[in-house]
Design a protein around this ligand. Structure first.
Ligand code: CIR
Length: 258
């Protein structure tokens, strides 16, 4: 039935977003909205059917929908975000995913942001972070291991989420910021390190045969192209000030009724 991309609009209060590693900078709300539309258009151009939810003034970070759910072929896991301010984002995402997947949830004391979960085939790497804890990791093991997935805990530092540091760009290839997460965590996979001058360049979104990527990291883009990857860029300057990247702004999965 094709690939579905669920997105959520930019909150008019994005300027009050959570920030962990960055210093607050003024965000241009109109530019953020325009850039998010450009991102949504790129998803459509890359073959996704777009399901765009409206943003909410009460939820500054709602555009970063990736953190609220992790969608597998077999089921979807509704997270319990590590930042309490973000838990109000859950109900709309839960009801939107309901028709497509059996749902399960992370429960207290578990804390989990989708940005800390990197799935590569049947291996699920889970970053333990300020947002994701051991209790959630154990709940993920209980949910996923009976379905044949291996769950692996990963330590990392200097960035918000595991996927700020490492993302999948081809079936067996990861883009990685080796100063923030050890390459030794990913045996058997080909690794493309970000250019050292672009430390924030580790977040890329593979959609079919194309990598959707920020336009801010030319040298790392060239490295991916030198590996034979096709890269399409989008401008994300405003969402980057809120510690967001290309993976954060959508939930992408094969559409089918459950
Ligand atoms: C937050 O701190 O929760 C947001 N300002 C940024 C979330 C970005 N999400 C992601 O990397 N998956």
């Amino acid at each position: 039935m094709g690939r579905l991309a669920i997105t959520r609009g930019v909150s008019p209060n994005l300027g009050s977003c959570e920030l962990t590693h960055l210093t607050r900078e003024e965000i241009d709300p109109a530019l953020a909205v325009a850039q998010h539309r450009q991102y949504e258009q790129a998803l459509v151009d890359l073959g996704c059917r777009l399901f765009a939810l409206p943003g909410d003034p009460e939820m500054p970070d709602c555009v970063f929908i990736e953190d609220i759910a992790i969608v597998f072929d077999e089921l979807a896991i509704i997270t319990r975000p590590g930042a309490a301010s973000r838990r109000a984002e859950i109900p709309v995402v839960r009801s939107t995913l309901g028709p497509f997947r059996r749902l399960t949830e992370i429960h207290e004391p578990g804390l989990l942001d989708g940005g800390d979960v990197l799935r590569v085939g049947k291996t699920v790497f889970v970053g333990l972070s300020t947002r994701t804890n051991q209790a959630a990791l154990e709940q993920l093991e209980q949910i996923l291991e009976p379905l044949g997935y291996r769950v692996r805990a990963i330590g990392f530092g200097s960035c918000l989420h595991l996927k700020s540091a490492v993302t999948q760009v081809a079936d067996r290839t990861l883009l990685i910021q080796p100063d923030w997460v050890s390459p030794k965590c990913f045996p058997g996979l080909e690794l493309i390190p970000v250019d050292p001058s672009e430390p924030h360049g580790g977040n890329a979104l593979q959609i079919g045969g194309t990598v959707l990527y920020s336009g801010a990291y030319d040298r790392t883009r060239e490295r991916m192209e030198a590996h034979g990857l096709t890269v399409r860029t989008v401008d994300q300057s405003e969402l980057a000030k809120a510690e967001g990247g290309v993976t954060c702004c959508s939930l992408i999965f094969e559409q089918r009724e459950k």
